[in-house]
Every structure is written in structure tokens, then in C-alpha cells.
Design a protein. Structure first.
Length: 154
């Protein structure tokens, strides 16, 4: 996950300790998409077994029914194959199964690919944080209401 993070973000990266906290202590969910044996990707030959190619970190917070997507990335060699769309849907399922009524996230205002992904998945902008990132880029705040659903039915 650290390797994917380092290949995916130039600023505001999650550190090893942030991943450890998210996995071991935080109230939330960390989902990883594995490379499948027999995958079409040249980066995942079958004799290497499974390895993560994408991840998403969700936080749940007391006092709010809204989950927050705090980090989300697909490794560069596996982008454009629908992995983010499916992983985002699985994260939404996990949030809904936890009882969350919606999901919120921040995205860099210049992140064309991620903004298109979230728009196609039904996220709508509700606010902007100016100079939110280390390089002073603004963040768009996006939100999607979640219908109650069970992972068993998806
Ligand atoms: C944004 C990111 C997660 C997309 O991952 P991906 O697996 O390539 O996305 P998918 O293949 O599932 O694409 C789903 C949809 O996202 C949009 N999308 C994805 N990449 C895009 C691009 N380069 N340009 C425009 N739209 C894009 C499209 O709407 C696409 O649907 P379509 O294929 O039917 O057109 C990936 O580029 C990434 O990890 N970027 C770096 C980290 C990052 O920006 N994370 C988000 C932080 S908020």
C-alpha cells in the first residue's frame, strides 16, 4: 500500500504509521484490491501469487453518520481497467453496512481522473477548501448519499 501511495501522490502522502493506525486502530475499513492470478496485467504473473494493486481507507466517526474516504489509489500500471470503480463501490457497501448514510471525501481540484471517477459514481460537490494541500491546491469536497444495503446482496 505504501508503494502504491508513493507512486500515486506527490504531496500529502499517508506514511507507514498512518496505514498502521488505519488498519490496526482506527474506526473504519481498509479495503485492498488484489491482483488476480491469471490477470491480464503484465505486472502480475501467475507465479507471483496475489499482491495489492489498489486500496481505499474509510474512516467512521462518532457523532456523524457520514463516512470519510481518507485515501484511495490504484497503482499506475493497473489504471484504466475499472478497478477504482469496483473498489469504490465495495467501500460504499462497507460504509452502508456499517450504517453510514453517506460518504464524503476531498479531492484535489486539478485531479481530472479522480473527479471524473467520483462524478460518474454519483458524488456531488458541496464545498471547496482553498489551499487545502501542501502545495496550496484547493480541495473539492464531495458527498454521496448511501442507500442502506448489505454486502451479501451486492
Ligand atoms: C483516480 C484513480 C483512482 C482512477 O483509478 P482507475 O482504476 O484508473 O479508474 P477506473 O478504471 O475504475 O475508471 C472509472 C472511471 O473513472 C474515470 N476515469 C478514470 N481515469 C480517468 C482519466 N485518466 N481521465 C478521465 N476519467 C478517468 C472515468 O469516468 C472512468 O470510467 P470509464 O472508464 O467508463 O470512462 C487513479 O487514477 C489513481 O489512483 N490516481 C492517483 C491517486 C488518486 O488520485 N486518488 C484519488 C484521490 S481523491
Amino acid at each position: 500500500m505504501l508503494a502504491i501511495e508513493e507512486q500515486s501522490f506527490a504531496t500529502d502522502r499517508m506514511m507507514r504509521r498512518n496505514f498502521r493506525y488505519a488498519i490496526l486502530k482506527a474506526k473504519g475499513v481498509v479495503l485492498v484490491a488484489d491482483c488476480q492470478v491469471g490477470s491480464r496485467s503484465d505486472d502480475c504473473p501467475s507465479d507471483m501469487g496475489r499482491r495489492p494493486v489498489a486500496y481505499g481507507v474509510l474512516g467512521f466517526h462518532a457523532g456523524t453518520p457520514l463516512a470519510r474516504l481518507t485515501s484511495f489509489a490504484v497503482e499506475p500500471g493497473n489504471r484504466g481497467r475499472g478497478i477504482a470503480r469496483r473498489l469504490l463501490s465495495a467501500l460504499e457497501d462497507a460504509a452502508a453496512a456499517h450504517g453510514c448514510a453517506g460518504l464524503r471525501l476531498e479531492v484535489r481540484a486539478d485531479n481530472v481522473a479522480a473527479i471524473a471517477l467520483y462524478a460518474a459514481a454519483g458524488y456531488r460537490r458541496f464545498a471547496v477548501y482553498p489551499a487545502y494541500y501542501e502545495d496550496d491546491m484547493a480541495a473539492l469536497r464531495l458527498e454521496k448519499p448511501l442507500a442502506a444495503r448489505s454486502p451479501a446482496t451486492t
